[in-house]
Design a protein around this ligand. Structure first.
Ligand code: ADP
Length: 431
């Protein structure tokens, strides 16, 4: 699978995993909440029915005469159906309608009562007694109360049925609301997971891209000297002694160029896998700058560039650095300054001491660096203008310099020299 596809499929899998787990948690929490809430709704409703029955049956027991009107009003107000038997005989009230299904509902309620409690209505003890329970008839939920009132002249058997559909509707509505919330939340979680995992994978994708770019750029840089070496080697076979020497010199210089490039790449690969070590020892910061100045004095003269150095009046205290690496940083900056400054230009080296830090400035009045390029020049193989490169410039110098400075807990920065050109600043802690 290609790298790009692999990252895409990992992104997809992570999104599914992340969204799946969070949605699962959400569903479990919602179901638990629904269970608790529905149970308490049902319990409350049943309790309410029980209390209504208490009131109703106690009112009924206190009625000297039970009239149809009283029972009809009670039915209406309580939203239930009543069936009463007096000493085993149906009340006339029961026959006010010839609704068969109602009759069957009452019979079913009584059979449920007998099945659930294994007693019949008249076996209920006490002068006023009743029992409430719930049942389902024809797919609809009901509450029922079966009771008995004992008087001197006999017993009243009461069967009372109340539909519980309003509560079930409320529960169904609540479930629908939760389903809607869960669907919306799952969608939002999926979008968030996609965005979040994408953010997490971004550095990996970036690092892969950098690596691919690095390999491509390195191969490109190595191919040029190698092509020159190969063509010189084949030309050597037919050349006379004088020409041979010329070809051998070219092969040697291109070989050296490749060797420098490979050294640079090895250093950078060490910084990448954190095996780049700096060997810190006590060193003298002004000696390092003077050495760098002396190393480039001749080259500057050859190029017709004035190179000068300014040190602070009072000598700096010894610093704890890898002096060879710091020297390498200054060499990179001075070499660049000399490369990108035309003949008759000026390059100046300056050192300043501020608190516990040493500042090195390498200024030139050369071609300068456009503002939009300043952030890019520290990247690997980056060159502002590919067309004006000299052979020894691979676009790795500033990246190496910044890695070395970072390893010393310092920073490297570039700004425009007033009047034109560039000034590189290196800030290093003296300890
Ligand atoms: P190179 O080896 O190509 O100089 P560097 O990493 O040292 O690579 O520099 C990256 C790019 O930054 C250079 O190609 C050049 O375009 C620009 N640059 C660096 N130093 C200077 C400078 N003193 N003046 C102008 N441009 C510079």
């Amino acid at each position: 699978m290609k790298e790009h596809d692999l990252l895409k499929s990992t992104h997809r899998k992570l999104t599914v995993l992340c969204a799946g787990i969070t949605t699962l948690i959400l569903i479990v929490m919602s179901l638990s909440y629904l269970y608790v809430s529905e149970k308490s709704l049902r319990d409350n409703q049943f309790l309410f029915f029980k209390n209504s029955m208490n009131t109703f049956i106690s009112n009924l027991s206190q009625q000297p005469v039970i009239t149809h009107e009283w029972l009809i009003t009670a039915e209406k107000n309580g939203n239930f159906l009543i069936k009463i038997k007096d000493n085993g005989e149906d009340f006339l009230f029961n026959n006010r309608t010839s609704d068969k299904s109602k009759e069957e509902l009452f019979e079913y309620a009584v059979s449920c009562f007998e099945n659930q409690f294994a007693i019949s209505t008249l076996e209920l003890h006490g002068t006023v007694n009743h029992t409430e329970f719930s049942f389902t008839y024809d797919g609809f939920p009901y509450y029922a109360s079966i009771g008995a009132i004992y008087k001197e002249n006999g017993a009243l058997e009461i069967t009372l049925v109340s539909p519980a559909t309003a509560l079930e509707k409320q529960i169904f509505r609540q479930r629908l609301i939760f389903l809607g919330i869960n669907l919306a939340a799952s969608f939002l979680l999926a979008v968030f997971s996609y965005y979040f995992t994408g953010k997490l994978l971004k550095p990996i994708a970036q690092s892969r891209e950098d690596q691919i770019h690095f390999t491509a750029a390195a191969s490109h840089e190595l191919r040029t000297p190698l092509a020159v070496i190969l063509s010189c080697a084949s030309a050597c076979k037919k050349a006379n002694t004088e020409e041979k020497n010329g070809f051998l010199n070219t092969i040697q210089s291109e070989g050296m160029r490749m060797s420098h490039l490979i050294d640079d790449m090895l250093l950078l690969s060490k910084t990448d896998n954190h095996t780049f070590c700096i060997d810190k020892t006590e060193c003298d910061p002004d000696t390092i700058l003077l050495n760098s100045f002396e190393a480039f004095e001749t080259l500057a003269k050859e190029k017709g560039i004035t190179l000068n150095v300014n040190l602070p009046e009072e000598p700096a205290k010894s610093c704890y650095w890898d002096h060879e690496r710091i020297q390498q940083v200054l060499s990179i900056l001075i070499q660049n300054a000399l490369s990108y400054t035309p003949c008759n230009g000026h390059v100046s080296l300056l050192m300043k001491i501020q608190n516990d830090h040493i500042f090195y400035f390498v200024s030139d009045n050369g071609i300068g660096i456009p503002d939009e390029e300043k952030n890019h020049i520290f990247k690997r193989f980056y060159r502002v203008d590919h067309s004006r490169n000299e052979k020894e410039h691979f676009g790795l110098g500033l990246n190496i310099a910044s890695e070395i400075v970072n390893a010393h807990n310092g920073y490297i920065h570039v700004f425009d020299t007033p009047g034109g050109g560039s000034t590189f600043t290196v800030k290093l802690p003296s300890k």
